[in-house]
Design a protein. Structure first.
Length: 123
């Protein structure tokens, strides 16, 4: 499906959000071999028409050892995306993170069992 180019002078917020996701996939929790996006730490990304990005995120636990540094890394990664004019980072623990938020690829990389529901294997 072809999408029209944004009007001159307007930003394509969907494309910027996609580039933000790509940038976040390069940020890793140093204790885990999985990027923060696949780990499920990013709860939401919104980009307005001016390029201002709002990122809602969590940590694996409130007392996570990288609590003091990871949000800053995420902020820098998002600010480095072409088209982003500003960033608001919201750190939340509601809902709390769980391994259910991880992608199947992340679960596989971490050796977590039962990544494929048994019902899907029976098909």
């Amino acid at each position: 499906m072809n999408h029209p180019d944004p009007l001159p002078g307007h930003l394509d917020s969907g494309a910027i959000a996609g580039r933000i996701v790509a940038a976040l996939k390069k940020v890793y929790d140093p204790e885990m071999p999985v990027n923060i996006y696949e780990l499920g730490l990013i709860y939401g990304i919104d980009v307005d028409d001016a390029g201002f990005a709002s990122v809602r995120m969590t940590l694996t636990a409130p007392n996570c050892p990288v609590a003091g540094t990871l949000p800053g890394e995420i902020d820098r990664a998002v600010r480095g995306v072409p088209g982003v004019t500003g960033v608001k980072l919201e750190l939340t623990f509601d809902p709390p993170w769980s391994k259910d938020r991880m992608s199947e690829a992340a679960k596989l990389a971490m050796g977590i069992e039962e990544i494929i529901p048994i019902a899907r294997l029976r098909r």
